[in-house]
Design a protein around this ligand. Structure first.
Ligand code: 13P
Length: 342
């Protein structure tokens, strides 16, 4: 099955009332872990690469690994998505390479750090929508600013400084025509999101629910949605790691989001933790080993377990065969006829 558009996956998820995890990758083992989890749970898949991942891997390598995944797992609808494109140019280069979905994060300036103005965000995102939709490619935009920094991208802070304003969200969607909307509700990228189990003071699910009421047909995206489970932290610390106590986004809160319009859930940190814990365990228990496969295999397996668990928790499990993926050319025609999502 060729790589497919994210819009179709999210439209199907909305019909079925479930969410789809979007998992970040940098290398072959991570892609394999996700595809194995998808096969085991019969899930449609969004795999995403940030700018950092594209430069780490030389994105051509990543693209061909994605083509291999599509060929080897033909039963799985598979999207290749650009995470946090910092400029129109970055989105353009991803589209030219073969990504089937891009995020234009105009909430920050192209330096990836400085919060932008509403007008800049609208103009840059609109430009990407025009460029992408003629090719049937999906666009995610962001309004409000997430906390934290990941791969050198982010405004830092706790995520509460720029929580999404519902009026702006409505205006942003109307002016840009984005397919999916990332909103800021107090989450941040990375392992250190909350210093205690989050409640409504720091994780603004009420704001998400309000935005969904105002934009009931828009696919909402939750970024910074790793749950940072204590079990994964413990493995790292047990084998010599030094993670400080921390809390992520509880899965029940994500499930509440899914009942209120969230269709895409971004997860990276949980997989990083699983991989690191598994590798540390091998290094600590078998210091004589030096074949990379001896630690990369358990690392891949640990990530697969996390991804399969999230696929079941988000509800995408069992939905891989529900629909026939539509080609990008057919998607482009549907955008031209304003028939997408209809
Ligand atoms: P986490 O750091 O919570 O996994 O978030 C990843 C993310 O939002 C990527 O865009």
């Amino acid at each position: 099955m060729p790589l497919v558009s994210m819009r179709q996956l999210l439209d199907e998820a909305a019909k079925g009332g479930y969410g789809v995890g979007a998992f970040n990758v940098n290398n072959m083992e991570q892609i394999q872990a996700i595809m194995e989890a998808a096969r085991e749970t019969k899930s449609p898949v969004i795999i995403q690469a940030s700018r950092g991942a594209r430069s780490y891997s030389q994105d051509k390598f990543l693209y061909h690994l994605m083509l291999a995944a599509a060929e080897l797992y033909p039963e799985i609808p598979l999207v290749m998505h650009l995470d946090h494109g910092n400029s129109v140019e970055t989105c353009k280069s991803a589209i030219e390479l073969g990504f089937t979905s891009v995020m234009m994060d105009g909430s920050l300036m192209p330096d990836g750090k400085t919060p932008s103005t509403f007008d800049y965000n609208v103009q840059a995102t609109r430009e990407v929508v025009e460029m992408a939709h003629v090719k049937g490619i999906t666009v995610e935009g962001e309004i409000g600013v997430l906390g934290g920094i990941e791969d050198g991208h982010g405004a830092g802070g706790s995520g509460l400084e720029h929580v999404t304003d519902p009026d702006q969200a409505v205006e942003f969607v109307a002016k840009t025509g984005v397919d999916a909307l990332a909103i800021a509700i107090g989450t941040s990228h990375g392992a250190y999101k909350f210093s205690r189990k989050p409640d409504g003071a720091v994780l603004k699910m009420d704001r998400l629910i309000e935005i969904h009421k105002r934009l009931p047909k828009v696919h909402l995206v939750m970024h910074g949605s790793s749950s940072v489970p204590k079990e994964l932290q413990d493995v790292i610390n047990q084998y010599g790691g030094k993670l400080k106590p921390t809390w992520g986004v509880p899965v029940e809160e994500i499930q509440l989001g899914i009942r209120n319009g969230v269709r895409k859930i971004n997860v990276d940190t949980d997989n990083r933790l699983a991989i690191t814990g598994a590798i540390r365990k091998v290094f600590a228990e078998s210091p004589e080993k030096f074949d990379p496969r001896d630690y990369l295999k358990p690392a891949r397996e640990a990530m697969k377990q996390v991804v399969a668990t999230r696929m079941k928790q988000f509800g995408q499990a069992g939905h891989a065969a529900d629909y026939q993926p539509v080609s990008l050319t057919a998607m482009a025609k549907m955008y031209a006829q304003k028939a997408v999502g209809a």
